[in-house]
Design a protein around this ligand. Structure first.
Ligand code: C2O
Ligand code: CU
Ligand code: CU
Length: 495
């Protein structure tokens, strides 16, 4: 382990470890990268059955103490589901918890009844069956709890996982795609812990309003992972699975990588980048050439983050150190890789051009956060009246928008507040057509979440899939989960 990493880790240990753990053995050393278990389901032709269990678990995250967590078919976080375009999935979700929950297929195009939003709650001891055909291209989707007012807490404690879709077109590209060999899931989350090792969630009024940010970064549920690789070219499927933190990712040696996919699947061609910004719920897939046999560390650059939001204790400590602006996320150990000449495809897949002429309707959404003296008061009293879209707080009995089936629409999202909000729409993959700031590489692809910066207006072009259901709505909302839980959400039906 290089010394600078040790340095960062020792700050880390000092800043966030409960006192009795300060000298605990093991923490300063690194952990073996953890892969969520991969599940292909039970297949009969094109029908694939998954059996998912929402369960509690005890997980070793910090040394010498166990943390009570939630998981799906495992102690902490969900197993990775993998299926093909054209498959019909039948997912049975069994709720073994003593709380009501849901499971939403984030990024999927699917009938509203199968969506797993707040309208498909699963009571303790009961189950829910979600069935839909996968009609979208190869992509990295994810799934997570979407329980009304409880999403933040349930996701934070572990109810989320990845859902990988494959298709013939992407298989033909010969991209790294062997799970755990050259294709790795990277679920990045930030957590805080209590003295007893339990997860600490929302005990601070600022967190309730600004969103929960933790000072310990986890990858696939563990801290300080080192991923040993043997292949010269690896693919990382990165999910920002955090409740509220936006990551600015880069490697410590500033190496170039190639962005190949966004939320909705492959880009038209790989995009070279040094860094990538990823808001909550956003995914990107990158290819990293590690044929040099080195040990690069993926980092979160706090220098980029601090302008947007309050600094945490951790960050202030690092600021005080003067030069330390980076927070290690995980390290790749490529020392056993044989030198090789790595070749990337020039092009990936062609995107169907969505034309502005086909827009049948334009809608506007204003993201609003009430600031001022009532703010602290409201946040402390748990008011849900602080966060709104178009002047309204989420009401599960109110339909906000009615969309015509198969329509192409332009949605304009305006952020009238002082903090960024990642806006997400269910059931669609859209293209960003205009924004004030510059587009990140992955923002050229299909998206289901778009980060709308303070006082920015973003326009997205959406082609709605051909599912209709006048009674069951889909959601659109801010994906800072504390904002979603506190009213920054609305509902639309497709008819
Ligand atoms: Cu990722 Cu409405 O959710
Ligand atoms: Cu969603
Ligand atoms: Cu928000």
């Amino acid at each position: 382990m290089i010394s600078r990493r040790k340095f960062v880790q020792s700050i880390l240990a000092f800043a966030l470890l409960p006192k009795q753990l300060l000298h605990a053995k093991g923490f300063l050393s690194s952990n073996t990268f953890r892969l969520p278990k991969l599940e292909y389901g039970k297949r009969v032709d094109k029908n694939v059955c998954f059996d998912l269990n929402l369960q509690t678990g005890m997980s070793q995250i910090l040394p010498n103490v166990l943390t009570r967590t939630l998981g799906i078919n495992q102690d902490f976080l969900g197993v990775t589901l993998r299926a093909d375009k054209g498959d019909r999935v039948h997912i049975k979700v069994n709720n073994h918890l003593n709380i009501t929950s849901t499971l939403h297929w984030h990024g999927a195009k699917l009938p509203a009844k199968a969506d797993g939003g707040p309208h498909q709650p699963i009571n303790p001891g009961e189950h829910w069956l979600s069935e839909f055909e996968i009609i979208q291209p190869a992509s990295t989707l994810w799934y997570h709890s979407h329980q009304m007012h409880e999403t933040g807490s349930q996701v934070y404690h572990g109810l989320s996982g990845l859902f990988i879709i494959d298709d013939d077109q992407s298989n033909a590209l010969n991209l790294p795609s062997e799970y755990g060999v050259d294709d790795f899931p990277v679920i990045i989350q930030d957590k805080d812990f209590n003295q007893d090792g339990s997860l600490k969630y929302l005990d601070d009024f600022r967190e309730k309003l600004m969103g929960k940010k933790g000072e310990t970064i986890l990858v696939n549920g563990i801290v300080n992972p080192v991923l040993e690789v043997l292949k010269p070219l690896i693919r990382l499927r990165i999910l920002n699975g955090s409740n509220a933190r936006i990551y600015h990712l880069n490697f410590d040696d500033k190496r170039i990588f190639h962005i190949i996919a966004s939320d909705g699947g492959l880009l038209e061609k790989p995009i070279m980048a040094h860094s990538i910004k990823l808001a909550p719920a956003e995914r990107c897939e990158i290819l990293v050439d590690v044929s040099d046999g080195k040990m690069p560390i993926l980092q979160h650059n706090m220098h980029m983050e601090k302008s947007a939001n309050r600094m945490t204790g951790m960050m202030m400590m690092q600021q005080a150190q003067g030069k330390q602006q980076a927070f290690d996320i995980f390290q790749i150990n490529a020392q056993k890789v044989q030198p090789a000449n790595v070749k990337l495809p020039q092009t990936l897949i062609e995107h169907k051009a969505l034309s502005i002429d086909s827009i049948s309707r334009k809608r506007k959404f204003k993201l609003q956060m009430r600031m001022g003296p009532q703010l602290m008061f409201g946040a402390m009293s748990g008011s849900t009246d602080l966060l709104k879209i178009n002047g309204k707080s989420m009401d599960i009995n109110r339909i906000d928008e009615v969309v015509k089936v198969g329509a192409t629409e332009l949605w304009e999202i305006e952020n009238t507040s002082m903090m960024p909000h990642p806006f997400h729409i269910h059931n669609v993959q859209f293209k960003i057509v205009s924004r004030r700031g510059k587009l990140e590489g992955h923002e050229l692809g299909f998206k289901d979440v778009v980060l709308v910066n303070p006082h920015e207006t973003v326009q997205v072009l959406i082609e709605f899939p051909k599912f209709s259901d006048a009674k069951t709505p889909y959601m659109y909302h801010c994906h800072i989960l504390e904002h979603e839980d506190r009213g920054m959400m609305g509902q639309f039906v497709v008819v």
